[in-house]
Design a protein around this ligand. Structure first.
Ligand SMILES: *Cc1c(COP(=O)(O)O)cnc(C)c1O
Length: 365
């Protein structure tokens, strides 16, 4: 096994799942596992969410759904985004619940001659996909003509439930308009993670969290579920004046201990964090923070140690917290983005080890 791996803490996942659910009146949860469960591994995360009682899973692409089906997951899978008519056949083949935002996609699905359960999406203010709320009466009228489509759910998506209370309330009002047209008996869902925390009273039939399950938002009681771990492949003492890494962006000041860790930007470490990120290890159970020195290479980084360590020493390259220099959240801050982005960049080539109660229960790669 490669001496670099992602460790996923399923207890932390359960903590986040339960916290999110409790914020929305213990309604149902659609576990969003698109983009390989935000980098954490869709199959194992998906199985765990279902074990925790999730209503179903949600993905962005048919290939993501296929991976889940191949792994034996038979639960409901919502395909988010606006279904393209050319994907109608795959939806039926994979037994997915597609999101319908256009009459073209409804037509294409209906034409296949098999009953399909669908969710309708309405655009209440995101401006991306969905029927317009004022079209609801016509949409309702139209869809009854499609004898093979069973409308089970109706949903919408928030554009800024983190910050913009007024806009979000407007979105909720538009959604209520849609609910009035369709009436009771549908599976209504609206809230992403931010919506679940800030507008949990609109949990409706289910909430649809993604980032919160992975614990990647600070100050909410969530726990990051991933650690990126690596053992050094070389540890050496260098004299002063030695340059390190591409372009020689770091020069040793005195005699310095340098360890090379076998992870790089091809594993998802943003190249831009060089000379700012840190890694951590625990000699004698005390945390010791070590700066990343020099450029992040494709497959390796170099870190400055206080002294020598053996090649069995494990370093946390991503810590399961909100440290500004060693967490996924911190990397996002350092590179001017949101924690979603470093998370989804965690490379497929990293082995993933899943722990429950501190014991390995699954391994991928
Ligand atoms: C990605 C996505 C979510 C999850 O959003 P988070 O902010 O990660 O909680 C929910 N619904 C839709 C439609 C999405 O595309």
């Amino acid at each position: 096994m490669r001496p670099a791996w992602l460790e996923i803490n399923l207890d932390a996942l359960a903590h986040n799942y339960n916290l999110l659910r409790s914020r929305a009146g213990n309604t149902q949860v659609i576990g969003v596992v698109k983009a390989n469960a935000y980098g954490h591994g869709a199959v194992e995360v998906g199985k765990e969410l279902l074990r925790l009682g999730a209503w179903g899973l949600a993905v962005a692409t048919t290939d993501e759904a296929r991976e889940l089906r191949k792994a034996g997951i038979v639960a409901r899978i919502l395909l988010m985004g606006s279904l393209h008519p050319q994907q109608a056949r795959e939806v039926v083949e994979l037994d997915l619940i597609p999101s319908i935002s256009t009459l073209e996609s409804a037509e294409a699905l209906n034409a296949l001659g098999k009953p399909v359960t669908v969710h309708l999406e309405f655009d209440t203010g995101m401006g991306r996909v969905g029927f317009q709320p004022e079209e609801a009466p016509q949409v309702k009228e139209h869809l009854v003509r499609y004898e093979n489509l069973l409308v089970q759910g109706i949903y919408s998506h928030f554009a800024d439930a983190e910050e913009d209370v007024l806009w979000t309330k407007e979105q909720i009002a538009h959604f209520k308009q849609v609910q009035q047209v369709f009436g009771p008996g549908y599976f209504y869902h609206l809230c992403n993670t931010a919506g679940t925390f800030n507008f949990g009273e609109y949990g409706l039939s289910a909430v649809r969290p993604g980032i919160g399950l992975y614990g990647l938002l600070p100050h909410l009681g969530l726990k990051p579920i991933a650690r990126l771990l690596a053992k050094p492949t070389q540890v050496k003492e260098l004299p002063p004046g030695r340059r390190i890494g591409y372009s020689g962006l770091y020069t040793t000041q005195g005699r310095e201990w340098i360890a090379t860790l076998p992870v790089g930007y091809a594993d998802g470490i943003p190249r831009l964090v060089f000379n700012r990120a840190t890694v951590r290890y625990y000699p004698d159970d005390q945390p010791c923070t070590c700066p990343v020195v020099g450029r992040v290479s494709m497959d390796q980084i170099t870190v400055k140690l206080p002294g020598p360590v053996g090649l069995e020493q494990v370093f946390e390259v991503v810590t399961p917290d909100f440290d500004p220099t060693s967490s996924l959240w911190g990397w996002a801050e350092l590179t001017g983005t949101v924690s979603y982005e470093p998370a989804v960049r965690l490379a497929a080539r990293l082995p993933r080890v899943y722990l429950r109660d501190g014991t390995e229960v699954a391994r991928v790669g």
